[in-house]
Ligand binder design. Sequence first.
Ligand code: CP3
Length: 339
Amino acid sequence: MNNRFIKVLKGEAVDRPPVWMMRQAGRYLPDYMKLKARYSFFERIETPELATEITVMPVHQVGVDAAILFSDILVIPKVLGIDVELIPGKGPVLDWTVKSESEYKKLNGEDIISRMPTVEACIKMIKAELPDHIPLIGFVGSPWTVFCYMVQGKGSKDFSEAKSFAYNHPSLALKILDKITIATIEYLGHQIDSGVDVFQVFDSWGGLLDRKNYLQFSYPFIKRICDAFPDFPSIVFAKGGWHLLDDLNQLQCNALGLDWTISADYAKSKVSKDKVLQGNLDPSMLLSSDEILVQRTNEMIASFEGHPYVANLGHGILPNIPVEKAKLFIQTVKNYRYS
Ligand code: CP3
């Protein structure tokens, strides 16, 4: 595939960094909001025509170099048997939580793909619709991040219930994480078989753990995912994971995502040149004036020069970002040329 994104992930030289944005499909796009008003969240995810329209939208409207499958990390709790609802203004709410041996036993990890019947059709339709030079990114949540929702039952700033549960009941927590990991690997294998070109693991809440707990509750499970697909292009993003870079650098993955709190110099000092760095513009920078946005984007790319690099935000694009600003960010990266 003649594409900058895949080329960079495979270690080839390019004239400018490829660019996409985490959470680029949805949220800030007016055409997405129209679909959101008409169809429920899981209808949008599970209906091939809708998932295709939403996935392809930022490619045509914003000009990104890669598409990301319209789905969610919470399809895993759902397929294991916990209903998930999106409450406006509140975020995801799970029907029940897993905090005991008997609740753990209620999780149904058998034959999960049969309970995700439209994933293959969604990915095939998206691939048929995407221009040839635009790869499709598949994704999963890290087992720890999915565990956070399954124990806490909803979003949280600190996930204190999930963390204290893991600290107080480590052996049960590890069993739950193991079940999530097995399902996640099966699901990711299915995404790959259906046609995604690369995958990203979102460890959105890994950075809430100190290193010792990270090495117990998050890292080994991400490692199992990476090791299951050693030859497939992969990205691991651990938000807040500056203190984990030495460990993440040991993973068998092609790229590491960085949030905006990590400087390029620090990341370059920790991550070997055979791993691509991805990131890391503060999403709030897209609310700045055009002049500042262009300047900061160019400075960011320059700061990563000398290391293989994919331009992105340091976390998901915010719902209040004007589409014009997202376009300007993407176009600024596309105008850049390596010296
Ligand atoms: O990148 C993309 O836009 C592709 C689709 C995608 C969604 N969720 C769609 C979605 C991706 C990659 C995700 C990942 C995801 N989901 C993460 C990891 C990335 C991150 O932001 O840290 C997490 C933690 C979730 C869990 C989740 N799903 C939350 C916290 C919420 C509510 C708040 C929010 O982010 O909007 C969701 C719902 C969700 N997932 C929406 C979308 C477009 C919003 C609901 C809606 O529009 O109906």
